[in-house]
Design a protein around this ligand. Sequence first.
Ligand code: HEM
Length: 451
Amino acid sequence: MLTASGPDLRALLRDLPTLRDDPLGFFVDLERRYGPVARLPFGPGRFAFLLSDPGAIQHVLQDQARRYTKRTFQYTTLSLVTGQGLLTSDGPVWLRQRRLMQPAFHRERLTGFTASMNAAAAGLAERWSVAPDGQRVDVDRAMLALSLEIVGTTFFTTDLRADAPQLVSAVITALDHVIARSRNPFAPPIWLPTPAHRAFKRAVGALDDAVTRLIAERRAGPPRPDLLQMLLDTRDEDGRPMEPRLLRDELVTLIVAGHETVASALTWAWALLAQHPAAADRLALEADAAASAGSLDPRDLPFATAVFDEALRLYPPAWLITRQAAEDDDIEGLRVPAGSLVIVSPYVVQRRAALWPEPDRFRPERFLEAAPQRFAYLPFGAGPRLCIGQGFARLEGPLILANLARRVRLSTESALPAIEPLVTLRPHGGLHLHVTRRVASATPERSTSTL
Ligand code: HEM
C-alpha cells in the first residue's frame, strides 16, 4: 500500500524560488523529506507526484503506460524545438513513427556502426595526443562535437564536422531557451519578438537549415542504407511520403537527442575519471589489451562500459521524466486523479541510499558485480517510451572512452564541477581538463605509465 505526503500550498509557495534556482536540490530534498512518493499541490484540486519507488515507477512507465501521456509542460516546451518528433509526440503518431524507426536501432545495425564510432573517436584522440603536454582542453565542447559527428556518419552518412560549431551552438541555445521558458511561469508568448525569442528562432532556424540541406543533398545523390533514407523512403497506406514537417521534426529530434545526451554522459565520465586516477588507469589498460586484438570492440570493454553506466547513474543526462495521467489511476492504493503530473527523476532514484550502497560514490565495479535492480536504474527511461537510442549510446560511450583513454590522460587539480540541470545535466562553466599524451603499454598488465 503506497501513501503520499508532501508540503502544503503555503510551504510549496515558500520553496518556489528553490524549485526555480536549484530544481535538482529541490527534488532530492523532497524525496529525503517525504519519502519515495512525495505529493505536491499542482493547481486547484490537482497534484504532482514525485515517484522514487521502483514499483510505482514500473507501474507508470511500463505496466500502465497507456494511462499516461507526455502532454506535460516539460515536453510541450521541448516540442518548440522537436515538434512532433518521436521524443515529444504521443498516441498514434508516436506509435507509427516508433515502429518505423525501430529497425534502424536493431543490434545488428548498431554493430555496423562500431567502425565509424572508432574512427571518429580515434580522430579526436590523435588531435589531443599531439597537443602540448598539460594543455587545457574544453572537454564538454569536444564531446558535443564528437557525438554530433557520429550522429552524422551513422544516421545520415554525412560528414557534419564543418557544421559542428554552429549546430552545437544552435542546439545549446535552443535547449537553454526551452529551460528558461519552463522556469518562468510568466514567459511571454513565443511570437513576441523579444531578443531572447529572436535568438531562439535563429537557433531553430539553423537546425531547420541543416535538416533541409541534409534532405536536399540526399535527394541529389545516390540512396544510402541509413536512417535518413528510411525516413525519406517510407510511404503510408495510400503511398504518400512522410509529411515534410514531420520529417523535419524527426531529423531534428535525432540530431538533438542523439548527441547532447551522449555528450553530457561522456563529459561527466571524464570529470569523474579525472578525480579517480585508479579507475582511469584501469580503463586505459583495458583499452590497451582490447586494442592489441585489432580495432576496439565493445565486448572487450567491460570496464569502459561500467564506467559509462556509473557516470549515467550519478549524472543521468535526462534527469527528469514527466507524464500526465490521462485517466484516474491507482498505484498500489495511491489514488492518482486524471490530470495529475507524475515526475520521475533518474537522478533522485539512482542516488537513493535505500536502493544503492554508497550512492554518491563513483564505483564502476558495482556494474560488474551485479545487474542493477529493475526500475532503480533508468537513465534511458523504461517501458514503451524507453530511449530508442539506448543501444546506440551504450555502444558509442564505451568506445569513445576507450579510444581516448588509450592515447591520452585527462586530469585536473579542481574538484568536480557543480551541476547545471538544464535539459540535460551540464557541468557549470563547462569542463576544462589538462591533456597529457599517454604511451600505450606493450604489456598492459604491468605498466601504468603516462607521459
Ligand atoms: C546517454 C545517452 C542518452 C540518454 C541518457 C537518453 C535518455 C533518454 C530518456 C530518459 C528517454 C525517455 C524519456 C521519457 O520517457 O520521457 C529517451 C527517449 C528518447 N531518446 Fe534517448 N537518450 C540517450 C541517447 C539517445 C540517442 C543516441 C538517441 C538517438 C536516436 C536518442 C533518441 C531518443 C528518442 C527518439 C527518444 C524518444 C523515444 C520514444 O518515446 O519512443 N537518445 N532518451
